[in-house]
Design a protein around this ligand. Structure first.
Ligand code: GLV
Length: 340
């Protein structure tokens, strides 16, 4: 088992911090709990995680750790799993609720940072930043040409956003009011007129968004319903000059279909921060030049990652010391009374 911070266990709830995190956050949690912290960031198997959790009430985890019925059954003392992520498709929330285990996530604190990154990836993709940097570094730049790495414009273009929660809205504001874009969106539920006006965005059906947008940005949560929201049929509806950016979750795009569309020039380019089966990346995506690939870093500014860790810690401290968790996902568990 990886390195641990062991404290006096008398009368202190035990928690596991499943991945390396800011030392200050480990120290803060150790003031309240008997902490087993994986600060060496060993890659635990599900059974190693279950073993670490034996007799412990709390789990501090990231979106990489799966909390499912098997883990819950193996860890009967577990009362709360605090995700250091806004997305929580790593949680089987129904199984957690059935077992009286609270789930919490980290919304809000990463909204603006993630929206910034959506634009960073969009601009790198549309303006071919990575391809051209590779060309320069590899010594191929011997003279300037009028059409070298000519891409597509951001300003004045049509941006289509699928998924219009907090982050989608922050991206829309940047597009409409920062870059003078025409912003379309599609969402399960249409936003109210004041919210649409504040985002400078217009609701359209998904097919219309795909057909009209110069740039399509995916910001929707992953679920069985959103699996392969973008596959071969949807890619075929997009403009051949369009770019696609996925900062949401792997599995929302059919990565194999996307690699083929990029290779065959059916869309111009893609920017991907998330992948089906990450950290594995579809091998065909690695072969096409017109895709920018980043390792799931959309929320990775230092202050934001710290705020996410602090929020996960706030949830653990509050719930396991008799207070009210800040961002509960299945608050029905709270109404059943305080944890033992
Ligand atoms: C990151 O992907 C998150 O869900 O916070």
């Amino acid at each position: 088992m990886a390195g641990s911070v062991q404290q006096d266990r008398r009368a202190r709830p035990g928690i596991v911090i499943a991945r390396a995190v800011f030392p200050e956050v480990v120290e803060r949690l150790a003031q309240h709990f008997d902490v087993l912290a994986n600060q060496q960031d060993a890659l635990w198997t599900p059974s190693q995680l279950a073993q670490a959790l034996q007799g412990r009430a709390g789990l501090f985890c990231t979106a990489s750790e799966r909390v499912d019925a098997d883990l819950l059954q193996a860890c009967p003392a577990l009362r709360i799993c605090a995700n250091m992520a806004v997305g929580f498709n790593n949680f089987d929330l129904d199984a957690m609720t059935a077992r009286g285990v609270l789930g919490t996530n980290a919304p809000g604190v990463l909204t603006e940072t993630t929206a910034d990154f959506g634009f960073a990836l969009l601009m790198a993709t549309a303006r071919r930043v990575c391809e051209s940097e590779h060309y320069l570094r590899s010594g191929q730049w011997t003279r300037w040409r009028y059409d070298m790495f000519a891409g597509s414009d951001i300003h004045g273009a049509t941006l289509g956003i699928i998924g219009m929660g907090r982050i989608g809205q922050a991206i829309a504001r940047r597009g409409a009011f920062g870059f003078g874009m025409r912003v379309l969106y599609h969402n399960r539920t249409r936003l109210g007129p004041e919210v649409e006006a504040a985002c400078g965005a217009r609701y359209v059906e998904r097919d219309a968004l795909l057909a009209q947008s110069d740039h399509v940005m995916l910001v929707l949560p992953y679920s069985a319903q959103s699996h392969h929201t973008i596959g071969a049929a949807e890619l075929a509806r997009m403009k051949p000059t369009a770019t696609l950016v996925n900062i949401a979750r792997g599995g929302i795009v059919d990565d194999g279909a996307l690699a083929r569309a990029l290779r065959e020039g059916r869309i111009a380019a893609a920017g991907l921060d998330v992948f089906e089966g990450e950290p594995q990346v579809h091998p065909e995506l690695l072969q096409v030049p017109n895709v920018v690939l980043t390792p799931h870093i959309a929320s990775a500014s230092v202050p934001t990652r710290r705020a996410m860790a602090d929020l996960a810690a706030d949830n653990l401290v509050a719930y396991l010391t008799g207070g009210t968790p800040v961002t509960p996902l299945n608050p029905i568990v709270l109404s059943r009374g305080a944890p033992a």
